[in-house]
Write a protein that binds this ligand. Structure first.
Ligand code: PRX
Length: 651
């Protein structure tokens, strides 16, 4: 880890408090802090009873579980011996009462629309599930999903869950190389993709990327291609099959595979502090219980809601709060394919007005971008259908929070700032909108049953107001179970700071009310425009370039993106810095990882500052990148001239 907790200095002082609007509380699932406290106490007193009750309420179990929790730190098993199926819980369970209710409302970037009722979605899922079986996909096999934000993405995930296959969704913005690395790590048998997707008026060439990667993905036997951007699919080889051809003639009925609670549901790759992304593994029962419960509580979901979470299914938010959480609750989930400002700055507000969306869940980076574009865009639209606003992915600055509340929510809608991670599977720290008074910039309080604590490196509680490391000190149902294929990394990354306690990688503090204020990552992971990236991944992409000798990538605060990426690069002998080379390197990173990882700034350096033992001094580089005089002791610097040279390089 890069920093010690003494270096986590909190600078934010925010005194505004907004109690939940009375009218909201009256109708809410949880109406007061007394409700919250009661559940909190219940969960703390007897966690196994609390979670057992929740699990029975949230899910249909084909066979009941016998043991709520089997905890052999750091390994947890939840709802042991229970059997369930997540597609059944998302679909079949609702058919008696919600067959004709829209499950998915879809709007493509080019304004095409689709509606899938629960009845229709069940049919699509079953046909694809049967289609996958016909390709030889069996329980436990891994299936890659590399799709745009179209209903097929949800259909694909649910079809996998139906037959007990383990899905691994790769964000459509990732490159062929990134896809290849993830599919090989997972040993995927089949990849589900599309000819392309629409983004900012252009086609994202998903199929081309898959085709480029295919010769290097030996485990992939078949690629199923959905039609999205063109009429005629040209499929270039025996491994490729058209989605519509595959599902044609398949039965509408597919008996769910009743899997054990701990059966893997999905692998989702996420960045860590090394160059190799981690395959975070989630299992079925525990994940489902938390995803379902938190969706209802945090978004105070009601039968007639039109719920819109703008995340892509390529990220965990898309898994838990576009697909599984809303569908388990029988809600209507809105899916939008494209860019937030295409074709104009008011696309989001236009969508909200036309669909009469009631709940909006998005990222601070989007909120800040809209704020900058000006109030006139939302003001053109009738946003009176909205009743709740959510934020996720990075700390939200109070100014953006206030704008969200005042301009988008028109002062009427509670704002829930939800803290969680790919690894936690579901929301952990968040207001309950009918109960919790909110403070701009604070994720407020842990949900009942979630034991979040701010500790120092020795495990001592840090006094209120002081920054420390955020741990979760007891297991919870939707926690990750392991890092796929690397169980040792699971232990090392999450449970070696303090044995038995889950280390989040985030810094945080609490205030005198016990509210949590998240202060960002303390490891070499950064959140760029709401996307989580490991600086080491970008570094290894850079050093893979023939002219680069060494690279160090750090984050610098950015008004819009939250964090911008600054790369310090030293070149191999005989190569000279140039503006063209900067461009080429940026392009190279986009090709290796994806456009989201493209450095915002590249600085050439003669050498990088290192300690005597040869470690790159990243904190120092962060200060240089941010234009700050470093507070860090530089006496261990290998060569002080290096630092001076880096500063001169500022222009
Ligand atoms: O640093 C925290 C930040 O995002 C990280 C998790 O990223 P990822 O696994 O991609 O999941 C994002 C969506 C859940 C965390 O370690 N983060 C997420 N939500 C918040 C946040 N930081 C502050 N406030 C939040 N509400």
């Amino acid at each position: 880890m890069a920093e010690t907790q003494q270096e986590i200095v909190s600078v934010l002082t925010e005194a505004r408090v907004f109690p939940p609007p009375q009218a909201f509380s009256q109708r809410a699932h949880l109406k007061s802090m007394a409700d919250y406290q009661r559940l909190w106490d219940e969960a703390a007193r007897d966690p196994e009873k609390y979670w057992g009750d929740r699990a029975r309420e949230e899910l249909y179990w084909k066979e009941p579980f016998r043991t709520v929790l089997d905890w052999k730190p750091p390994h947890a098993k939840w709802f042991v011996e229970g059997r369930t199926n997540l597609a059944y819980n998302c679909l079949d369970r609702h058919l008696a009462t919600r067959r004709d209710k829209p499950a998915i409302l879809f709007e493509g970037e080019p304004m095409d629309r689709r509606k899938l009722t629960y009845g229709e979605l069940a049919v699509e899922v079953n046909r694809l599930a049967n289609g996958l079986k016909s390709l030889g996909v069996e329980k436990g096999d891994r299936v890659g999903i590399y799709l745009p934000m179209v209903p097929e993405a949800a259909v694909a995930m649910l079809a996998c869950a139906r037959i007990g296959a383990v899905h691994s969704v790769v964000f459509g913005g990732f490159s062929a190389e990134a896809l290849q690395e993830r599919m090989n790590d997972a040993g995927a048998k089949v990849v589900l993709t599309a000819d392309g997707g629409w983004r900012k008026g252009a086609v994202v060439p998903l199929l081309k990327n898959v085709e480029a990667a295919l010769p290097n993905m030996p485990s992939v036997e078949k690629v199923v291609v959905a039609r999205r951007t063109g009429d005629a699919l040209s499929l270039s080889g025996p491994k490729l099959v058209a989605w519509d051809v595959l599902v044609k003639g398949q039965s509408d009925v597919c008996e769910p595979e009743w899997v054990e609670s701990e059966h893997p549901l999905f692998i989702l790759y996420t960045s860590g502090s090394t160059g190799k992304p981690k395959g975070v593994l989630h299992t079925t029962g525990g994940y489902a219980v938390n995803a379902s419960l938190t969706t209802r509580w945090v978004f105070d979901l009601r039968e007639d809601d039109v719920y819109w979470c703008t995340a892509d299914v390529g990220w965990v938010t898309g898994h838990s709060y576009v697909v599984y959480g809303p569908l388990m609750n029988g809600a209507t989930t809105l899916i939008y394919e494209g860019a937030p400002t295409h074709p104009a700055a008011d696309r989001f507000w236009d969508i909200i007005e036309r669909y009469k969306a009631t709940i909006l869940y998005t990222a601070p980076t989007a909120i800040r971008a809209f704020m900058r574009l000006g109030d006139e865009h939302p003001r053109k639209h009738d946003l009176s259908s909205l009743r709740l606003l959510g934020s996720v992915g990075e700390p939200i600055n109070p100014e953006a929070w206030m704008w969200y509340r005042d301009v988008i929510g028109q002062g009427r809608c509670p704002v829930v700032d939800t803290w969680w991670q790919t690894e936690t599977g579901s929301i952990m720290i968040s207001p309950l909108p009918g109960a919790t008074p909110t403070k701009p910039g604070s994720a407020t309080l842990p949900l009942p049953g979630i034991h979040a604590e701010i500790l120092d490196r020795q495990g001592n509680p840090v006094p209120k107001g002081q920054g420390g490391l955020l741990f979760v000190t007891r297991p919870w149902p939707s926690m990750l179970r392991t890092v796929y294929g690397d169980p040792e990394r699971y232990v090392r990354t999450y449970f070696s700071e303090l044995p038995g306690k889950y280390f989040t990688g985030d810094g945080a503090r609490t205030d005198t009310d016990g509210y949590f204020w998240l202060m960002g990552r303390v490891d070499d992971v950064v959140n760029v425009a709401g996307h989580r990236l490991g600086t080491a991944e970008v570094e290894s992409a850079l050093v893979a370039h023939t002219r680069v000798s060494e690279a160090a990538v750090v984050g610098r605060p950015d008004d819009l993106k939250g964090t911008a990426l600054v790369a310090f690069v030293t070149l191999k002998q005989g190569h000279a810095p140039s503006a063209e080379l900067k461009k080429e390197l940026a392009q190279h990173v986009a090709k290796e990882i994806g456009a989201i990882a493209r450095p915002d700034e590249i600085r050439f350096a003669e050498a990088l500052p290192k300690t005597r033992s040869g470690k790159i001094m990243r904190r120092l580089l962060r200060d240089v990148a941010a234009g700050k005089q470093s507070s860090q002791d530089t006496t261990t610097l290998e060569d002080l001239n290096v630092l001076a040279a880096l500063r001169q390089n500022d222009e």
